[in-house]
Design a protein around this ligand. Structure first.
Ligand SMILES: Cc1ncc(COP(=O)(O)O)c(C=O)c1O
Length: 401
């Protein structure tokens, strides 16, 4: 999206503001489906957690995508957005058996990552087919908080516990219809994917009636110029050959699934905030914006990098700044960034703000959550109003003291 259009949107909707460009979402979706077009049955399930506004889900529904969900609330959002239950896979971790049963009742594909839950679910509902999330014991992912397929991780059933899974299946008569894994986000090299997929093939082969294999996600997107990103075409080529061989040996056409979040929405999002203050200290120049880690927590949570640009003075002299928020902890969006000269009231743009940005926003410091705008077919739509004092108080019960 161009600078002028983003500035106009901040005039119209004020700051702080999230803007999503659906054209970018659509082109990313097409990149994946094209990369795997040599496979007969492919299903992409968008990971709702990345950005869960119902209008974004409707865009994915129009694209014929499925959904990957982790909570009953995400499932319900998906159904409200128009998805059929069978287009949704539910991969919870650490939730109660009761929630899993409620989701199963809705007709959604269940994915279980815990032996104890598998046994309980299988005894009560042997007729409901279940997918298994395995833990392949592979270290993958951009940092420890988003590496989830290794031996110390709480996710998945260990590949070494397959004999136990089989015993549960035999004892309960349940049907395992899918194999799943997700090893982490921001995986740097394709070989890590391939190594993990071979493990998943070996596991899947041990079950007779698999309809689909879900390879999770982890595609890396670029965060800055010349940054590494997953070469999706290369991955498509390598994995398609192996997947087609697997199907041939398995004796049936299994569906290949992926569940990307970041790859589909990260680059489509822009976070726009206004500079409240410039503050020179003994060690740096701070530019303080009308936002904080309450609206965009990734830099403080994961050390994530968001490219920051001064939309109001693009041709100004470049100077060094630390961009910070207004929260009562250190909330730094970027240190020592070279940015064109910043003045109070300038609008800064934070790139890669589509995934895990608004969806992780909070009301910390009793601040309102920002508005969200979606650009669809060249028109801007307000898809979430900025919060007000009423929203902050909505669920609070005021008692007389
Ligand atoms: C089970 C599962 N699938 C898919 C995703 C999406 O990952 P990404 O945003 O890296 O594509 C996640 C992210 O946490 C996940 O936990």
């Amino acid at each position: 999206m161009n600078r002028q259009d983003l500035l106009k949107l901040t005039d119209k909707y004020q700051s702080p503001l999230y803007v999503y460009d659906t054209e970018k979402i659509i082109s990313q979706y097409k990149k994946i489906t094209t990369a795997f077009s040599k496979i007969k049955n492919v299903k992409i399930n968008y990971a709702v957690k990345a950005l869960s506004n119902i209008n974004i889900l409707k865009v994915f529904n129009k694209l014929n995508s499925g959904l990957d969900t982790v909570s009953i609330q995400e499932v319900k959002l998906g159904l409200l957005a128009g998805f059929e239950p069978h287009e949704i896979i539910y991969t919870p971790n650490g939730v109660s058996l009761q929630e899993i049963e409620e989701v199963a009742k809705l007709g959604v594909q269940i994915n279980i990552d815990n032996l104890s839950i598998l046994e309980l679910f299988g005894q009560k509902h042997p007729k409901i087919p279940v997918c298994i999330r395995i833990n392949p014991h592979v270290m993958a992912g951009g940092n420890s908080k988003i590496s989830v397929g290794h031996i110390d991780s709480k996710f998945g059933i260990s590949i070494h516990q397959v004999p136990h899974i089989k015993r549960v299946v035999e004892n309960t008569g349940m049907h395992i219809n899918g194999m799943h894994m997700h090893t982490g986000s921001d995986i740097l090299d394709i070989d890590t994917f391939i190594r993990a997929t071979e493990i998943l093939f070996d596991t899947a082969r041990q079950f007779k009636d698999i309809d689909f294999i879900d390879f999770g996600s982890g595609f890396k997107v670029p965060y800055k110029k010349d940054d590494i990103s997953t070469d999706i075409n290369e991955l498509g080529k390598k994995l398609s050959t192996r997947f087609n061989e697997f199907c041939k040996n398995y004796g049936r056409e299994v569906t290949l699934m992926f569940e990307p979040g970041k790859f589909l929405v990260s680059e489509a999002g822009y976070f726009l905030a206004k500079v409240n203050v410039i503050k020179q200290t003994t060690s740096t120049v701070f530019a303080g914006i009308d936002s904080g880690l309450n609206h965009l927590i990734r830099p403080m949570f994961y050390n994530s990098y968001h490219y920051i640009e001064n939309l109001s003075n693009p041709k100004g002299r470049e100077r060094f700044y630390s961009i910070v928020g207004y929260i009562c902890e250190n909330d730094t969006f970027g240190s020592n960034r070279r940015i064109s000269e910043i003045s109070e009231d300038d609008i800064l743009c934070f790139h890669n703000s589509g995934a895990y940005c608004f969806s992780m926003a909070s009301n910390y410091n009793s601040r309102y959550k920002p508005a969200e705008v979606m650009i669809y077919k060249g028109k801007d739509y307000l898809i979430r109003k900025r919060e007000t004092m009423e929203d902050l108080l909505k669920n609070q019960e005021s008692i007389t003291l």
